[in-house]
Design a protein around this ligand. Structure first.
Ligand code: FAD
Ligand code: FES
Ligand code: FES
Length: 481
């Protein structure tokens, strides 16, 4: 994958079709432009705010309505990281669509009534996060409210008044007043629009085949594009790539966005396990009945990844493809014994996740190949499986150390770590040293000696070694308790 510094060059333009606050739009956009830049700079809607430009603050939150598995979902996303090309076939709702100074939306009114705004810079983001929540769950409990708002920062109001407004909305409002009539009226069109969008994508993709930002219409077109652009950068959600664009100013010569492909947005079950498509978002995983039933630890872990706005479009495949040594999902996927289905135009094969990471941010993925799906064998209910993440904050924070353990009924044990080596790794000493009579304290110290973690901003080497011991002792408590 090429990641050169931005050269001077000619950019091709993509034409996309979407609805904006109920109105149909067909416009040309620069490849790779974020939704935030599209809204504020090209469409001159100034309600949505920019603060960090890297997904951390939620000031830029907007809502996307789209069809998924037979229903329409309303999801909050950080528009600074959401490539505008992804809007194709969807309904974008911004704060301008919800209320006006003359007629505030009930969410805005509740924030006003509870003194939930001071300078107001964060307020559109809070309004949109609450809108997505209340559009999906009319009477959310406190846990859901906190989860919906965990990606929104306010530096001057204080969260209590914002939470009081949210709580009032969760109890006292007629849900039908939350989603405006024009949103509901558009919903049937979104189903049809989704199908038309595939066609539009197809024609725009072929029209702009050599453009920087390619939107395949289906899997075979994705394979074709990859065969023609073997060095292209794949983009699923874009939550890693767009940070590199916005913050590091990296240029990606050709990006192929596979996030809209319905074939890759499915979770299925087979004899081999649960298949999670490469474009399935963390939120989809958390909402999936089969994942909740058979892989509950994965759902718990997803809750600790980033924020609601990022989980709504960030993917497991992106976490794997990014190959960061501190990718949160990786130790757990390793102990689950996950396998990847890797595809190219000519070949599809499986690769065990443990063989996929071959060095610091290096993977076994060949050029022209992509991760098509992740297969997670369903563990027996008797298996003890847990994952732990150490970070400075509960939400929107990258781990200093992340780990996962599995002990099967027959005594076979696996322990994997992120943040202690150049890539996610298994502990050999734990696998060989564990037995039902083992002294966990001694084992923990042996495992800590096995690794030589780096010191960086997230923790010193000594701190990380101590975390290795702490994680193992917490696992002991959970296992024995
Ligand atoms: C504010 C913020 C908070 C975050 N918090 C966390 C956190 O708590 N824990 C954590 O682990 N991560 C975190 N992240 C990082 C990121 O959200 C995750 O790594 C996420 O899973 C990336 O998924 P994506 O679909 O957005 O990846 P993308 O940005 O689309 O892609 C990431 C990488 O994977 C490659 N890739 C994508 N899809 C494929 C495919 N199908 N085949 C092959 N390669 C592919 C891309 O080329 C790229 O190299 C955070 C990011 C932000 C901005
Ligand atoms: S501007 Fe901070 S999350 Fe987008
Ligand atoms: S009201 Fe000022 S940042 Fe929230």
């Amino acid at each position: 994958m090429t990641q050169e510094q931005k050269p001077s060059g000619i950019y091709r333009y993509n034409r996309i079709s979407f609805y904006l606050n109920g109105r149909f739009q067909e416009i040309e956009i620069a490849p790779g432009i974020s939704t935030l830049d599209l809204i504020t700079k090209q469409l001159h809607l100034q309600g949505t705010k920019c603060s960090c430009n890297e997904g951390d603050c939620g000031a830029c939150t907007v809502v996307i309505a789209q069809s998924r598995e037979g229903s329409i979902v309303y999801e909050a996303i950080t528009s600074c990281l959401y490539p505008a090309a992804k809007l194709h076939g969807k309904h974008l709702i911004t704060v301008e669509g919800l209320g006006s100074p003359e007629e505030l939306h009930p969410i805005q009114q509740a924030l006003l009534d509870h003194h939930g705004t001071q300078c107001g810079y964060c307020t559109p983001g809070f309004v949109m996060s609450l809108f997505a929540l209340l559009a999906s769950v009319p009477h959310p409990d406190q846990e859901s409210i906190l989860a919906a708002l965990e990606g929104n920062l306010c530096r001057c109001t204080g969260y209590q008044s914002i939470l009081a407004a949210a709580e009032e909305l969760s109890l006292g409002y007629d849900p039908s007043t939350i989603v405006p009539a024009w949103c509901r009226e558009l919903e049937p069109k979104l189903f049809a629009f989704d199908q038309i969008a595939q066609e539009v994508q197809k024609s725009s993709a072929s029209q702009f085949f050599i453009a920087n930002y390619l939107l395949p219409a289906d899997l075979s077109e994705l394979k074709e594009m990859l065969a023609q652009h073997p060095e292209a950068t794949l983009l699923a959600g874009g939550t890693d790539i767009m940070v590199q664009v916005n913050v590091l100013r990296k240029h990606f010569d050709t990006v192929i966005d596979l996030g809209n492909l319905s074939e890759l947005r499915q979770i299925k079950m087979s004899r081999s396990g649960i298949h999670i498509g490469a474009a399935v978002s963390y939120s989809q995983i958390m909402d999936s009945g089969i994942v909740n039933c058979d892989l509950p630890e994965l759902v718990k872990l997803c809750r600790l990844i980033a924020s609601k706005q990022i989980r709504n479009f960030g993917t497991l495949a992106g976490n794997i493809g990014n190959a960061s040594p501190i990718g949160d999902s990786l130790p757990l996927l390793l102990v689950y014994g996950a396998r990847l289905v890797l595809s190219s135009q000519s070949f599809t094969h499986e690769c065990a996740l443990r063989d996929f990471f071959i060095g610091y941010r290096l993977t076994a993925l060949d050029t022209s190949e992509f991760i098509r799906e992740i297969i997670i064998p369903i563990p027996p209910r008797t298996a003890f499986i847990k994952s732990l993440k150490t970070a400075k904050r509960r939400a929107v924070d990258i781990s200093s150390v992340v780990s996962a353990i599995r002990i099967d009924e027959d005594g076979k044990a696996a322990l994997a770590f992120g943040g202690v080596a150049a890539q996610p790794v298994f502990s050999e000493s734990f696998a060989s040293g564990y037995n039902t009579d083992a002294d966990w304290q001694i084992l923990a110290e042996q495992v800590a000696q096995e690794f030589t973690p780096l010191s960086d901003v997230r923790g010193s080497a000594d701190y990380r070694k101590q975390m290795i011991i702490n994680h193992i002792l917490q696992y002991q408590e959970a296992h024995n308790g």
